[in-house]
Design a protein around this ligand. Structure first.
Ligand code: ADP
Ligand code: MG
Length: 305
């Protein structure tokens, strides 16, 4: 099967695809928000991982970046590097990718395919947000509240089980993370800044602290642990929840005056939003209720050390 047949059979689902480039029209009064995220065999996943889950996850991690900006995702382009053109693999991968894309009304509008030495999956995503309303990582002020959505640690817990070849539960959040699109959009104009937790809460929070030259004080009693972690000893719970990545929850900072409206958003969307601490002077994270915080080296995922 050549690449043109692959495109026709699995990816051409609209008339954006077919010319040398796709044409989209900007929406007046909006900013374009653009991001890309890739997944490489041997680094992010293994050759035998299920293609349906890979398609879902590639879409989910990109959607999560839109969520973290408070943006409304619209279009994606897909770049595939494949050692072989395997029909079953491509069908399942496309199924995983499109089922999540359809849920959020996101269109695949183009891409590229190349033979490659190992599987390489890359998605570019384009979204919209009302002019000036995108939520970046700047804007944390002394005394502000720090919130996290949902619960933490499930993805890291399943990764540890997978590495130990334990029987897995499907679907789990490691393979099927759910991007917080509605929440991200609701928080535009409410939160001061936001980030999605992909590399571990401590590491992702530190990005915000560094940019804003502030510190954070967290209370270990308020960390929302995923159900899987509840029976573990405190140290491993904290380890999974604070340094494990890939839960794709939203971490955001807001002034106290927004507490009421944040509670309302939580109720309306039926998503727990937990205040886990506050912004303080300094440059690091202090954790109340914990003698020693995990060493920097183990604070989250890094590609290069
Ligand atoms: P070119 O020769 O200019 O690189 P291609 O033949 O690669 O063009 O692509 C033809 C059309 O198919 C283009 O519209 C391109 O965006 C689209 N396309 C190529 N690969 C993919 C893919 N993996 N997913 C979606 N669309 C794709
Ligand atoms: Mg091309």
């Amino acid at each position: 099967m050549d690449e043109f047949s692959i495109i026709d059979k699995y990816f051409k689902r609209n008339s954006f695809i077919g010319d040398d480039a796709a044409i989209i029209s900007p929406i007046s009064g909006n900013d374009l928000v653009i991001s890309t995220d890739c997944m490489q065999e041997g680094v992010h996943f293994l050759k035998d991982d299920e293609p349906h889950a890979l398609g879902h996850k590639l879409m989910a991690v990109n959607l999560s970046d839109m969520a973290a900006m408070g943006a409304n995702p619209k279009y994606v382009t897909l770049t595939l590097g494949l050692p072989t053109a395997d029909d079953d693999w491509l069908r399942e991968f496309a199924d995983g990718l499109f089922s999540l894309a359809n849920k959020y009304d996101v269109q695949l509008i183009g891409g590229d395919i190349s033979r490659a030495l190992h599987i390489s999956l890359s998605l570019q995503i384009i979204g919209y947000v009302a002019k000036g309303m995108a939520l970046g990582r700047r804007g944390a002020n002394l005394g502000d509240d720090i919130y996290i959505s949902g619960s933490l640690g499930e993805a890291a817990f399943f990764l540890a089980g997978k590495l130990k070849n334990e029987k897995k539960i499907t679907p789990n959040r490691l393979e099927y993370p759910e991007p917080r699109i509605a929440l991200g959009r609701s928080l535009a104009g409410i939160a001061n800044c936001m980030i999605d937790v992909s590399d571990g809460l401590l590491q992702d929070l530190q990005h915000i602290l560094d940019l804003n030259r502030v510190g954070a004080e967290l209370d270990s009693n308020f960390i929302p642990y995923s159900a899987e972690l509840k029976k573990l000893p405190l140290k491993s719970k904290l380890d999974y929840a604070l340094t494990g990545g890939e839960d794709y929850e939203l971490l955001f900072i807001a002034p106290n005056s927004r507490a009421r409206i944040i509670e309302k958003i939580s109720r309306d969307l039926d998503i727990p939003l937990t205040k886990i601490g506050s912004i303080v002077a300094g440059k690091n994270v202090i954790i109340r209720g914990m003698k020693k915080i995990p060493k920097i080296a183990s604070r989250g995922f890094k590609h290069f050390i």
